[in-house]
Design a protein around this ligand. Structure first.
Ligand code: FES
Length: 154
């Protein structure tokens, strides 16, 4: 059974990874984007930008029209990127415990299963069994220090 994401709108307490899979997590609020040129696009509020340390990362489950998607947002040197929380090697979640996606130096994303390392800026695998492949990016944006997932662009 796939593991649930590490964070939702309501902060989850630290749990043993084996217990995470049984969590029923709330979906995020959503609304239509006020953009007449892109009526089919919606965005989903993830959190305040200040809720993700720099450097740091945080996992989310977004519920969009195609179903639930586990993603994580990484913030390094003021840059924010988001990826699907799935290693290209075996498809397992990357975090070794909730919101723990980065190595101890907080410079690279590390897969908890076999230790592949990924560059935060583009998700490229630098070392490990999936070298030459990369993480699947997901579209996010910030507005007024709030972070949003943009549905319909991934
Ligand atoms: S599953 Fe990530 S490196 Fe093997």
């Amino acid at each position: 059974m796939p593991r649930a994401p590490s964070s939702t709108c309501q902060e989850e307490g630290r749990r043993h990874p084996a217990a995470i899979g049984s969590l029923a997590l709330a979906s995020r609020s959503r609304f239509e984007v006020a953009n007449p040129g892109k009526l089919s696009m919606r965005r989903i509020r993830l959190c305040g930008l200040d809720e993700i340390p720099d450097p740091g990362a945080r996992g989310f489950r977004v519920t969009c029209s195609s179903g639930a998607l586990d993603i994580f947002v990484v913030r390094v040197d003021g840059h924010v990127r988001a990826y699907v929380n799935r290693c290209p090697h075996r498809g397992t979640p990357l975090d070794w415990e909730p919101d723990q996606f980065l190595d101890p130096e907080t410079t690279e994303i590390v897969c908890a299963t076999h230790g592949a390392r990924f560059r935060p800026s583009d998700g490229a695998c630098l070392v490990g069994p999936c070298r030459g492949r990369g993480l699947d990016p997901v579209p996010v944006e910030t507005e007024s220090d709030v972070l949003y997932y943009r549905e319909g662009e991934s």
